[in-house]
Design a binder for this molecule. Structure first.
Ligand SMILES: Nc1ncnc2c1ncn2[C@@H]1O[C@H](COP(=O)(O)OP(=O)(O)OP(=O)(O)O)[C@@H](O)[C@H]1O
Ligand SMILES: [Mg+2]
Length: 468
């Protein structure tokens, strides 16, 4: 007989004997007092014991099934229907365990949902985040971290993908028991240079899955670039102002000294001084204009403007400049072009700057072609305002020397010129395209530049229609 069956039988026998003992005593008294024959008394006791054994066996079998059912519930398996449904004595226990099971299932679903939400919260954080154990190995890395360091997978040593000594020192110090958080800056060079602020801190409480130290990286690249641009801007603006100022001071000294009585030199110098003062004036006007447009950039303009009319006026203003070089500006506007929501002075300034460049950098005797049409397909960089309704495209095309591709991404930076000496000689401040870019941004549009060296350049402005 198998051991389990022997144990079960033993339990049935012992419980039956225990339960039938009082009845046995009663039968013994009946036999002793002669009310019942010995054989009858024994037979009666045997019948009662047998009946009890059957009841005990069923009850114990139900109890065993219940124990097996609870065991399989505790192991998290699919336990099937509860046992002993016909057993009134067990029904309440089964119902209570069933209730416990439902409550536990609900709790574990809630916990799983909350863990999933936390997981997705971590993954949606824009900053890379790494959880490390006491031996500096990755326990968990969010999506931003795996995107930054492809190999930041659980189990890897931090030093195998982040080799910056300052960050490793900070992690070591915090793991070594240093109080508070440690911060340091470091750079990642590939694929593009990025600067990060690393923050290392020990997690409070019992570490989950061994995660002891949290390493968060905050991307400082944009802030650093802005800081550098601001510093460059101040340096460039002062330099641009100092050059004509130095020329003015030099001529003033000359006129006060050696050229005091030289009428011819005085006339010549005064003409140069007027030109330099004009240049300073233009520079200050452009700087003011730029800062005013930047200030309003977050409030979109609201006047309805007819582009055809505006483009023809801008072209007319530049005609004398173009004619002086044997050039012509043609303006073609498609019939029924919708209006745009704009600030008319800014929009006029935008197209004047583009036409001015086309005339300045176009070849003598060529044409500048301005064409306004409905935009068919939009460039990939087009924003939501252009995609929402329809868009208009205005192209300003020249036949000049063109611009080499390496300069194109930087053309709209303040003071950026392809040929600084030439631009200055022509009276340029290098702020024209920076102003254009900010006006386009304020109008929720887009500027694209296509150029072929030796053939010419097309600046295209994409603007959203005004709603009906
Ligand atoms: N149509 C063009 N063809 C060739 N190069 C151009 C053209 N437009 C702009 N550039 C280049 O881009 C540079 C920046 O242009 P931007 O209009 O900002 O400044 P600028 O024309 O030099 O001075 P400003 O417009 O302030 O008087 C120019 O110096 C020139 O080198
Ligand atoms: Mg210009």
């Amino acid at each position: 007989m198998p051991k389990r069956a022997a144990i079960a039988l033993g339990r049935i026998v012992s419980v039956t004997v225990l339960l039938s003992a009082p009845t046995g005593v009663v039968f013994m008294i009946l036999a002793a007092t002669g009310r019942l024959g010995a054989a009858m008394a024994f037979g009666g006791w045997a019948v009662v014991s047998f009946a009890l054994a059957v009841i005990v066996r069923n009850h114990l079998a139900d109890l065993d099934d219940l124990a097996a059912w609870i065991r399989s519930l505790s192991l998290g398996g699919e336990a099937g229907p509860p046992p002993g449904r016909d057993n009134a004595a067990l029904a309440e226990t089964v119902a209570s365990v069933g209730g416990l099971r439902r409550a536990w299932q609900q709790k574990s679903t809630e916990l799983a949902e909350s863990a999933r939400r936390n997981e997705s919260l971590l993954d949606n954080l824009p900053d890379p985040l790494l959880l490390l154990d006491t031996s500096r190995r990755v326990v968990r890395a969010n999506l931003a971290a795996t995107r930054l360091f492809g190999s930041a997978t659980p189990g890897r040593d931090l030093a195998s993908f982040l080799r910056d000594p300052q960050v490793l020192d900070a992690v070591q110090a915090v793991l070594g028991g240093e109080k508070g958080a440690r911060e340091c800056e470091f750079s990642v060079m590939v694929p593009l240079e990025r600067v990060f602020l690393a923050r290392v801190e020990r997690l409070d409480g019992q570490p989950s899955e061994g995660g002891t130290v949290l390493l968060t990286l905050h991307d400082l690249t944009t802030i650093k670039r802005m800081e550098r641009m601001r510093a460059d801007f101040v340096a460039n603006a002062s330099h641009e102002l100092r050059t004509p100022l130095a020329a003015l001071s030099g001529f003033i000294e000359t006129l006060q000294g050696p050229a005091r009585d030289d009428d011819e030199a005085r006339e010549r110098f005064l003409a140069i001084m007027a030109e330099q003062a004009g240049r300073m004036g233009r520079l200050v006007a452009d700087l003011l204009s730029l800062s005013r447009i930047e200030l309003n950039e977050h409030t979109p303009p609201s006047e309805r403007v007819d582009l055809g009319h505006l483009l023809r006026r801008a072209a007319a203003a530049l005609k004398p400049l173009a004619q002086a070089r044997g050039m012509d500006i043609t303006v073609e506007v498609v019939d029924g072009l919708p209006e745009v929501l704009a600030q008319p002075d800014e929009l006029a300034q935008l197209f004047q700057n583009l036409m001015d460049n086309a005339v300045k950098y176009g070849r003598d005797g060529t044409q500048v072609e301005v064409a306004a049409t409905l935009a068919g397909t939009l460039p990939p960089a087009a924003g939501p305002a252009l995609r929402r309704g329809g868009a208009i495209r205005v192209a300003v095309r020249d036949h000049g020397e063109g611009i080499a591709p390496e300069h194109l991404p930087r053309l709209t930076e303040r003071f950026y010129r392809v040929d600084t000496a030439r631009s200055r000689k022509m009276g340029g401040t290098g702020l024209g395209l920076a102003i254009v870019k900010h006006i386009v941004n304020r109008h929720r549009g887009l500027l694209t530049i296509d150029s072929t060296v030796g053939e010419g350049t097309t600046f295209t402005v994409w603007l959203p229609y005004a709603p009906e």
